[in-house]
Design a protein around this ligand. Structure first.
Ligand code: SAM
Length: 254
């Protein structure tokens, strides 16, 4: 992926403004013309453990060993884990988000996109994808390709902790219409084509995948991963703790 130019780094500009104490909104534009503006978005990325949703706090109990935080944003989860003495690396495609992470004290933070991950086998014990970042998998096919890569990058008892929202838990007519439109195009219902806007900054279009539990399990099938547990919020958000399937030993490996 070509490095983001500053005028394309809308996510980062939003976090940079928030870091400087300026007013910031998160504006997500979908390719059907639907805009979602959230004043909570940017501030949420800076929130402290005590203020997180309960499911995020519960999810941290699963974390072990060496951690990779994919799409770490302003680093809230990485910074918490670092404080808890975990060896954690935060990566994000946004150069400004990574600058913010470093200024906030994250020791290991790198500009890197999920598409560029290129770590040696068994480099991590836990991969976290928080703030609905299961979405960064983008599509059914890309998710499966990346999951197989994650399998190699993680240790024998490796874990993925991934947060998402159930696509179908909505009665918003525009969203329901969008699901239909997606299906007609052969895309998953919750395969959102979106871009972020902030002030004069317009991010690149990208696919962000939101899935139901059943769809998540469908995606995991045959990738070497299975869900260990779902952490439910009581609304559409949920987090999955995903573990490696036991390897079936062949006669020669026994
Ligand atoms: C919804 S925010 C979540 C931030 C953080 N995980 C949290 O919960 O506070 C999504 C983050 O993913 C990053 N991102 C978007 N596309 C990415 C990609 N292809 N690779 C890596 N990071 C990406 C954005 O820059 C942004 O910081």
């Amino acid at each position: 992926m070509k490095k983001l130019e500053p005028e394309e780094d809308a996510f980062g500009q939003e976090m940079w403004a928030c870091y400087k104490g300026e007013e910031a909104f998160e504006i997500v534009e979908r390719d059907d013309g639907y805009f979602n503006a959230s004043p909570k978005g940017p501030r949420l990325y800076f929130s402290e453990y005590e203020d997180w949703d309960l499911i995020d706090r519960k999810a941290m109990e699963f974390v072990k060993g060496k951690v990779l935080d994919i799409g770490c944003g302003a680093g809230r989860h990485s910074l918490y884990l670092q404080k808890m003495d975990f060896d954690v690396l935060g990566i994000d495609s946004s150069p400004l988000a990574i600058k913010v992470c470093k200024l906030r004290g994250l020791k290991q933070a790198r500009v890197m996109s999920i598409e560029e991950l290129n770590f040696k086998p068994k480099s991590f014990d836990t991969i976290i994808m928080m703030g609905s970042n299961f979405g960064l998998f983008g599509s059914f096919t890309k998710a499966r390709r990346l999951l197989k890569k994650f399998h190699r990058m993680t240790s024998k008892n490796g874990l993925i902790i991934a947060s998402t929202r159930d696509t179908y838990k909505t009665d918003n007519a525009d969203h329901l219409e969008y699901h239909k439109r997606n299906k007609k195009k052969g895309r998953m219902a919750g395969q959102l084509r979106v871009r972020i806007r902030f002030r004069k900054c317009v991010g690149r279009w990208f696919d962000y995948l939101i899935v139901s539990k059943k769809e998540m399990e469908e995606i995991l099938k045959g990738t070497g991963w299975k869900t260990r547990e779902f952490i439910d919020s009581g609304n559409s958000a949920f987090i999955a703790a995903i573990e490696k399937e036991p390897k079936i030993l062949t006669r020669t490996e026994k």
